[in-house]
Design a binder for this molecule. Structure first.
Ligand code: DGL
Length: 254
C-alpha cells in the first residue's frame, strides 16, 4: 500500500492505518521536494501530484493508495482517479462528524490555505454543516511548524497561538467547541494546540476514520502476512535529521 503526503503529516494517518492493518506492506512517499503544497497554484500542484504518484505506482505496484493529505485530496483526487486504475482513499476535512458532535453548533475548519479555499471544502459545508456556523481558517504556516517540531526544532508558543486564534469565535453566547484538523500535519501538534487554546475544544483528527475505510477495503482482499518493514521515500532524497529518524524508527520504519 502506498501512503502519500507532501511531508511527514501523513505519518499521522500511517500510524492509524498500520495499527489497524499490520499485515500490509507500506511504502510512504513524502514529496518533501514539493513541500509545502498549501500555498501553491492549483494547476502546478495537480501536475506534480499526478506525476509523483504515477512514478510511485509504476515502481511499487500497490493494491491501494492512501492520499494522506487534505490539500492533495481536495485538489487532485478526481484527476488521480481518472489517470490510474488502482483504488485511492483520500483525506478530506471531517466536517460531517464535527458538525454532528458539536453542542454549540459553532465549529472551525483549520487547514492549509489551499484546502479551505477549495470548492470541495465549501461543498462539504453546504452538504453536512447546514445546522452549524463554520469558520474556515487557512493557515499559511502550521504545516511547516509541524515539520520543524518533528525535526526537533520546536516553534515558539506565540507563533502557534497566532495561527489557531481565528478558530476561536464567541458570539451570541456560543463558542467554537469543535475544530476540524483539515491538514494531516496538524495532529502532530495537538498537544501544543490543547495547551495554547483559549478554551477547551474537541480537535477532530480524520486518521481513525481513514484507517476504518482502508480496513473495510482490505477485507475484500486476501493479504498474506508480510514481514517486510515499512519503507519511507523522501522525493528530495534527503536523510532525515536525527530526531525525525528516531520518530520514524519508533513507527517501525527501517
Ligand atoms: N499535509 C498536508 C495536508 O493535509 C499539507 C501540508 C502542505 O504541504 O502544505 O493538507
Amino acid at each position: 500500500m502506498l501512503i502519500f503526503d507532501s511531508g511527514v503529516g501523513g505519518l499521522t494517518v500511517f500510524r492509524e492505518v498500520a495499527a489497524a492493518r499490520p499485515d500490509a506492506r507500506y511504502i510512504y512517499i513524502a514529496d518533501d521536494a514539493g513541500f509545502p503544497y498549501g500555498n501553491q497554484p492549483e494547476d502546478k500542484l495537480i501536475a506534480r501530484i499526478v506525476n509523483v504518484i504515477g512514478d510511485a505506482i509504476a515502481e511499487h505496484r500497490p493494491d491501494l493508495v492512501v492520499i494522506a493529505c487534505n490539500t492533495a485530496s481536495v485538489i487532485a483526487l478526481a484527476e488521480l482517479r481518472k489517470c490510474y486504475t488502482v483504488p485511492f482513499v483520500g483525506t478530506v476535512p471531517a466536517i460531517k462528524p464535527a458538525c454532528a458532535q458539536s453542542q454549540s453548533k459553532r465549529i472551525a475548519v483549520l487547514g492549509t490555505q489551499a484546502t479551505v479555499s477549495r470548492e470541495y471544502t465549501r461543498a462539504l459545508i453546504r452538504e453536512f454543516a447546514a445546522s452549524c456556523d463554520v469558520v474556515l481558517v487557512g493557515s499559511p504556516r502550521l504545516a511547516t511548524i509541524a515539520e520543524l517540531e518533528l525535526s526537533g526544532l520546536p516553534v515558539a508558543d506565540a507563533d502557534i497561538a497566532a495561527e489557531i486564534a481565528p478558530c476561536f469565535v464567541e458570539t451570541d453566547n456560543r463558542r467554537t467547541d469543535t475544530v476540524v484538523l483539515a491538514c494531516t500535519h496538524y495532529p502532530l501538534l495537538t498537544a501544543r494546540f490543547r495547551a495554547l487554546a483559549p478554551w477547551p475544544v474537541a480537535w477532530i483528527d480524520p486518521a481513525p476514520a481513514i484507517a476504518r475505510r482502508v480496513n473495510d477495503l482490505l477485507h475484500e482482499w486476501k493479504t498474506a502476512a508480510l514481514e517486510a518493514p515499512p519503507l519511507i521515500v523522501f522525493t528530495s532524497g534527503r536523510s532525515p535529521p536525527a530526531p525525525l529518524a528516531a520518530a520514524l524508527r519508533g513507527l517501525g520504519f527501517s
